[in-house]
Design a protein. Sequence first.
Length: 460
Amino acid sequence: MKLQQAFEVSKGEVVAFTGAGGKTAALVGLGYELHEMGWRVLATTTVPMDEHQLVLFPYALSYHAGWHAISAALGTHGFVFLYNTIKQGTVTGLPLDKLPSLLDNLDSDVLLVEADQAAGLPFKAPLAAEPLIPHETSLVIPVTSLSALGQTLDSAHVYHPQSMIERFGFYAGSKIRLPWVAQVLRDETMGLKGIPDGARVMAFVNQTPDKGYMKTRARQIAKLALRSPRFTGVALGSVRNANPILEVHRPIGAVVLAAGQSSRMGQPKMLLPWADGKTIIEHIVEQLVMARIDEIVVVTGHYSTEVRERVQPFGVKIAFNRSYKTGEMLSSLQTGLRAMSDHIAASLIVLGDQPQMQPRVLYRLLKTYAEGAGQILIPSYQMQRGHPILLGRQYWHEMLQLEGDASPRQVMDAHKDDIHHVVVDTDTILHDVDTPSDYRAARRRAGLPDAPPRRSDAES
């Protein structure tokens, strides 16, 4: 995956890079990608940088050259670095108060800003006057390097380690641990310091290998960092690679549809016993918790009190669908999507009567999403679609606008070219529990003993 796709950079943006362990390389790499797409790319810095780094850019000139000269350079070179002065090998960039006039007077498509310094080290805490992020910034990319893990927490390996020691109680001279990296990254006075309120934030864990134990550790850093709702995502990769981004981890939710009246079952199917003393709805929610879904919304309707009592211990959100008697699945899905927190990027649509849902299917959907395959992911077994479906937030508005007898499938059909089918090796994605015979068959497939007959079981 390219940097532009991972960071979702649009024309007109001001993108600021902060942190340590690959800021300049990421800025330059993104600049060349955008240039190759035909964009007119400006870059600058708000902090001092070494003069030798100017060779990384196709062209560099002083902003004192004037707007016409800069525009002409953009037309000729496509990717231009602007500086203020060069003295004794040190480059200074544009003062923050000059950026508005720069944006107003130049016809560039994007402005890339190096807004922090780290003396070439892989991990940092900011000094008092750092970072220097322009107020006009629309996207901030805090960078850290996986190579920091196992390094010594001292000034030879970390930029300004004393600040981390004083704030978090990290041990001076000890080896840097994985949770420390995530904690610094998501802290409002460290990795998130100085970011304008309206800016998106997408972290980048650089020097992540494409496989192995260290890639797993990078994923753990991403998961811990995403505990802060300030992040729209955490990208993993290595900026030196042709395709720099391996995965982008975003906060994922799950809407569990548990509002049905169970009319064909004759009793509340979500509350039927499943395994280990748990009901079907408890088992489903437990699988989502085990998959580390960031936010789970259980939509209740009929039997709402009983379902609530079963799922509350899992710490989930509960949303009551007032239209459960007449609204079918659509009204429950809309209720769940409305209850989702604003920072959630996509949601799984989970049936509350699909007890054979397997963690490996969830992991495959999440991994495929992180790899950038698409925003509508549907599991498929032998060319048959199943559940759960993953739906990106960009489609939620259309789903919420549906009325009356409309079906969620209408949104899917309207964007069929955006659908990515995730092939799985289990037919459990196809089976839910609508009738007593479905229930008995599901238990047999799961290797569970026959449940004692209840209510209409004896009649079926």
